[in-house]
Design a binder for this molecule. Structure first.
Ligand code: ZN
Length: 395
């Protein structure tokens, strides 16, 4: 048996009064985050001290006494802000994440968290200071509830309920697979399977690009500008839903069918380098020109990797990450590496042995091999070739 964390996200049915309060809590949390972050940076610069204990929580309590609008936000919600900041600092000092940044009103995620104090009865949820509200219960909630995060996406508010769930140890499949993430398609697998982005996603992204073009022609701040902005926000939320759903379903299938999954290591940031145009990844550079909204799809890659990782972990499988260098130029039949192998975006033809393949599937086979090379070196103690990348035991 294994204890896992699972999040259930439901759309909330909120009254205008509740909505106004929620927007206010988001604002107070952002203010507290920015104040605490600034204070920590000042203290660190003068004394190199990076631990705070409960000092900031005490100061927040004082602020609550002095300022009405801060007092209106639930105290445990404000405490979770300093908890988040602690986590962000720990992540940074361990080298896992970037240094925390200031939150901006229109750019940052609109959310706040209740670590305790909430209640759920069938189709209603109670949140301290907001009261009871209904939600669209799309699936049953299983496990012990830990905390609730309230967030706004597009025009709607959502509650993410994090639960501890005990799952049976699953019998593991014994096969491995490699995957090449793309823009036009979500992922190509080394067994030849192509996971497409849903047609509805492509349609919505085209509409989004259109709307963004229209927006640039509207007078900033005018009524038409604001109306279009709202439409864009709603479409963004819809795109996130479609994409999230596709990633969720496909990573479940992949993690359930294989004991080892090999993906490219995004930390190496070959993607963003190739956007500037290195000679090493001509394929990716062509993809970059394909006109789709890259930022949205880029974010999907990280999520795909994250979900594959934890779903494999539930089944005692492993995720291996490898260096993306040369994976798209190397022939998976004879090993010949040349940029001439990639004549077009979609097809791969080896100039040495004549092997033909879908370009992304060829890359996926190379990725899978690099993963095996990595594992073989780990267990034999041999020197790890650079293309074998890093091993990530999904955490
Ligand atoms: Zn070849």
């Amino acid at each position: 048996m294994k204890l896992i964390h699972k999040a259930y996200r439901f759309r909330l049915k909120v009254t205008p009064e509740q909505e106004a309060l929620m927007a206010q809590y988001v604002g107070v949390c952002r203010l507290i985050w920015n104040l605490c972050l600034e204070q920590r940076m000042l203290i660190y610069n003068s004394s190199k001290k990076s631990t705070w204990g409960d000092q900031q929580d005490v100061e927040i309590t004082q602020l609550r006494k002095e300022y009405d609008f801060i007092r209106q936000a639930p105290s445990q919600v404000l405490q979770s802000v300093t908890d988040n900041l602690d986590k962000a600092y720990k992540g940074f000092f361990k080298g896992n994440t970037d240094f925390p940044i200031y939150k901006k009103k229109n750019k940052s995620r609109k959310s706040f968290r209740y670590p305790q104090g909430f209640k759920i009865d069938n189709r209603r949820i109670f949140l301290p200071k907001l009261g009871w509200m209904g939600f669209f219960k799309s699936q049953p909630i299983v496990g012990k509830m830990c905390h609730v995060t309230v967030s706004k996406h597009g025009n709607y508010w959502y509650a993410s309920i994090c639960c501890e769930v005990l799952i049976e140890d699953q019998p593991c499949a014994d096969t491995s697979i490699g995957g090449d993430m793309g823009v036009e398609k979500l992922c190509a697998l080394s067994d030849g399977t192509i996971i497409e982005n849903p047609c509805s996603l492509k349609r919505s992204m085209k509409r989004l690009a259109n709307m963004q073009r229209q927006l640039s022609r509207k007078m900033k701040g005018g009524m038409n500008y604001i109306k279009l902005k709202i439409k864009i926000a709603i479409l963004h939320a819809r795109i996130a839903d479609i994409r999230g759903d596709n990633i969720n379903k496909s990573t479940t299938i992949i993690a359930n069918s294989h004991v080892m999954v090999v993906l490219e290591d995004l930390k190496i940031k070959a993607m963003s380098k190739s956007a500037k145009g290195t000679v090493d990844q001509p394929g990716k550079k062509v993809k970059q020109k394909s006109g789709l909204n890259r930022g949205i799809l880029d974010a999907g890659w990280g999520e795909f990797r994250r979900q594959t990782g934890y779903k494999l972990d539930w089944r005692n499988g492993i995720l291996v990450l490898v260096d993306p260098k040369n994976t798209s130029r190397k022939c998976s039949a004879c090993g010949h590496t040349a940029k001439e192998n990639r004549l077009t975006q979609a097809s791969f033809v080896c100039v040495k042995c004549g092997y033909k393949s879908d370009a992304d599937v060829n890359a996926a086979v190379n990725i899978q091999r690099a993963g095996h090379a990595r594992l073989a070196c780990e267990s034999s103690g041999a020197v790890i070739p650079p293309e074998a990348g890093t091993l990530e035991l999904a955490a």
